[in-house]
Design a binder for this molecule. Structure first.
Ligand SMILES: Cc1cc2nc3c(=O)[nH]c(=O)nc-3n(C[C@H](O)[C@H](O)[C@H](O)COP(=O)(O)OP(=O)(O)OC[C@H]3O[C@@H](n4cnc5c(N)ncnc54)[C@H](O)[C@@H]3O)c2cc1C
Length: 373
């Protein structure tokens, strides 16, 4: 049996700040790959735009560490930014094979054994079950899962990525879809494989025998194991809360919040309407389950006076009768159809923009910006 770590994500602002205070970047570097390592569990708050990677970096830098002591931690924060920059630069292209068609995929479905957590890889089954209960999965387990689904069961990455995203409180299309693409070789030069020994080591499992207990050369050539042969297309539908007709004071501006912007500090002291806009069209494109919606609604309680509205941006726009610059929002590649005043997000490296061939070419440039801090 592998170790069990509980994943709990409180939604009150003070608890989130406490979680940032508890980061130990030095221990993090040593242990992050292990299931019970000192990771931060901050991704649900970063993905939902409650806090930013820049805010975390600033707090850590103020503690007086030397850059080399915390480099690994800052580098991981930078991975988030790297994927976001690719999304910004490539737009909807990240929803299909980015650099090359995924090598060797044979179908566009998901193995039933994965959905039912019955792959017979103990750690994977356990953490898929926990994903359904708690909405989170450790980074290494996400990599193993993607590798098993795409490279062993030979699914095309897109449907499985949508399924994982559907179940994650920290769902971020850029980090998610691009990590799947990196694992299956459609956005990287080679596929990522994991074997049973690797999984057992990092998840604290004592399992030794399984279809993954083979050399990497054999795993790369092997037929799809019987247990992964039955496939299906899961139903991924979002159920949004019913809300009242939108009523706002149109003599003042409106700040628009959404599932990627729930920042309680944003324009905090301004006299504006604050609307959490849940667009059905967004959730058709990027479906999430009811636990994720509930998490978003709970996080929005940190924003005083917020009105929750299920509807499209156009409906909000109409209330202003064509008056310009009344709607304010934060830039985000999922919401390029918004019109009005566009605020920038907070970035680790505001001038390191555009497309980069690899994380390390991004990092080389981004890092210079921190050194200037
Ligand atoms: C197949 C796959 C799918 C993924 N899908 C998502 C997703 O939908 N949403 C999401 O937030 N992350 C995703 N990740 C990245 C990573 O798994 C999570 O960000 C991380 O596990 C979150 O836990 P944490 O906050 O404790 O991370 P920590 O290890 O404590 O890291 C701190 C922060 O650094 C950033 N970070 C760390 N590792 C990565 C990484 N590999 N890629 C990008 N950013 C990183 C995150 O913002 C994270 O919150 C995915 C990774 C894989 C392999």
């Amino acid at each position: 049996m592998s170790k069990r770590v509980e994943y709990i994500f409180p939604t009150e602002w003070e608890s989130i700040l406490k979680r940032i205070d508890e980061i130990d970047p030095v221990k993090y570097a040593r242990s992050r790959n292990f299931i019970d390592g000192d990771v931060t569990y901050l991704s649900p708050y970063i993905s939902r735009g409650v806090i930013s990677v820049k805010m975390i970096k600033d707090i850590i830098f103020k503690r007086g560490y030397k850059l080399y002591e915390i480099e690994k931690f800052i580098q991981e924060l930078a991975w988030r930014e790297y994927w976001q920059r690719i999304w910004q630069s490539k737009g909807d292209q990240i929803l299909s094979d980015l650099k090359q068609i995924q090598p060797d995929f044979v179908h566009r479905k998901l193995p039933v054994a994965v959905i039912n957590h019955q792959t017979r890889i103990d750690a994977i089954d356990k953490y898929i079950e926990q994903l359904y209960e708690q909405g989170y999965m450790h980074n290494h387990v996400r990599m193993y899962l993607a590798s098993i689904v795409c490279n062993i069961a030979k699914s095309h990455w897109l449907l499985p990525a949508r399924w994982l995203y559907y179940n994650l409180l920290d769902g971020d299309i850029a980090s998610n879809h691009l990590s799947w693409q990196w694992t299956c070789g459609s956005a990287s030069s080679k596929k990522y494989y994991c074997d049973q020994a690797n999984i057992s080591k990092y998840t604290g499992s004592n399992q030794q025998r399984s279809f993954l207990a083979n050399d990497y050369e054999i795993l790369a050539e092997m037929d799809i194991p019987d247990i992964l042969k039955e496939t299906t297309v899961p139903d991924l539908t979002t159920i949004l809360p019913e809300t009242a007709e939108l009523k706002i004071d149109t003599t003042i501006q409106t700040c628009v919040y959404n599932s990627y912007n729930l920042d309680p500090l944003w324009r905090k002291d301004e006299n504006v309407n604050r609307v959490l806009l849940l667009e059905p069209s967004h959730f058709i494109k990027y479906p999430v389950n009811e636990k994720v919606i509930e998490f978003i609604l709970q996080l929005s309680k940190n924003i005083p006076g917020i009105i929750i509205f299920k509807g499209e941006f156009k409906e909000l726009e109409l209330l202003y009768n064509g008056k310009k610059d009344q709607i304010i929002f934060k830039e985000h590649p999922a919401f390029v159809h918004y019109k009005g005043i566009c605020d920038s997000r907070d970035w680790l490296a505001p001038n390191t923009t555009g497309d980069f061939n690899s994380f390390f070419s991004f990092w080389k440039k981004a890092e210079k910006e921190f050194k200037l801090d």
